[in-house]
Write a protein that binds this ligand. Sequence first.
Ligand SMILES: O=P(O)(O)OC[C@H]1O[C@H](O)[C@H](O)[C@@H](O)[C@@H]1O
Length: 434
Amino acid sequence: MSTLKLQTNYLKSYIQQDELLLLNESVKSIHDDMHNKSSIGNEFLGWLDYPLENHESPIEEMLEIAKEVRNNAKVFVVIGIGGSYLGSKAIQDALSPYFPVDDTFPEVIYAGQNLSGRYLNQLLQFLQYKDVYINVISKSGTTTEPAIAFRILRKYMEEKYGEKANERIIVTTDSEKGALRELANEKGYRSFIIEETIGGRYSVFTPAGLLPLAVQGYDIQALMSGAKKAAIDLQANDIFTNQAYRYAATRQLLLSKGYEVEVLASFEPALKNLHEWWKQLFGESEGKGHDGIFPAAVSFSTDLHSIGQYIQDGKRFLFETLLHFHEVEEDCEVPYDSQNKDQLNYLSDKTLNTINDIATQGTAMAHVEGGVPVISIEVERLDEYHLGYLMFFFMKACAMSAYLQGVNPFDQPGVEAYKSKMFELLGKNIKIVK
Ligand SMILES: O=P(O)(O)OC[C@H]1O[C@H](O)[C@H](O)[C@@H](O)[C@@H]1O
């Protein structure tokens, strides 16, 4: 396994070395502009060095609050949408047990990521007779879905706890601006900051991602260490020594050859929300000017029995990025059966993780033979450190890829379109200023 903790392999990328070489000068120049903060969207490059900076004080404060929440609540409700919840949800799902084992830590549930009345009504029923803390996360403080959810849940908390409600509501938002900052200052809510220079989809290493994870007892310092190692390892300015840039350049070259959809695939169901985080990161950064790679995701081997048919035999306009964690805690033996009616005794000396790994290899081979360009991203272990490393890797690759495409990786003008239409229909003629 590579000492880089993460190894990208190009099983069949249909990209020639000289094509990569041609792009290398652009990559170097973009790298320099990014690192000297002169590239387009440079007001949102705060994430680039964030893992290299000292955040001990807010981390200590988060760990203290996490201990308080553990001692005083059974449920921790995280309110946020997009980058304000996808990062912590991705890591939580990746690392938490498939079936809840005990209530050592508060249950972390999410609100404000949809407009479903059914969802929020059932959430309010679920909270009955349970002690609750809330963490509302919104950098702008005005995003509709979390704002509505917070209004409803704040009323619930004030009716339940009276004045004490303020102690149980923690805000993560801009240091000075926005409705949420104003409310936090007025009510005296404890708060954490999402730096102005870090956009939502790049904010997983800020308190937006860290506090919900700390409450559940995940090792946020290990997560930050992994991101820091990645930030150090991915400092090189060229395609051949910087794996994130090699992945970025390969993606853009594949797009130029008509491969317009990237399918992120993994063989661990717990990674489904990591896929969702990845889809927002790349989809919001690159889907502009009626161009860009459409990010899709599948969970194998389950989806090999559904959309797998399309990947194997459908239109050849997609490429696959296979995400594989070498070491996954816990495994399960296939028992020997003297009757062997199911003819599976040939597997009885193997564990499920071994079979899953072999399924991964077999799938890659079949898709390559089916004419699908396949990139594999091998990660050493499924834990906080390596998830931190991997997420920073994707962030750096995404910024480079968007710049190579010629777009600003950090704005999302398209997201405002639905909001304006919705507000017109709601009879509220407001202009969104982001
Ligand atoms: O944190 P907020 O300001 O509430 O933004 C939450 C999300 O909504 C925005 O509209 C963008 O789509 C996302 O990039 C962002 O993560």
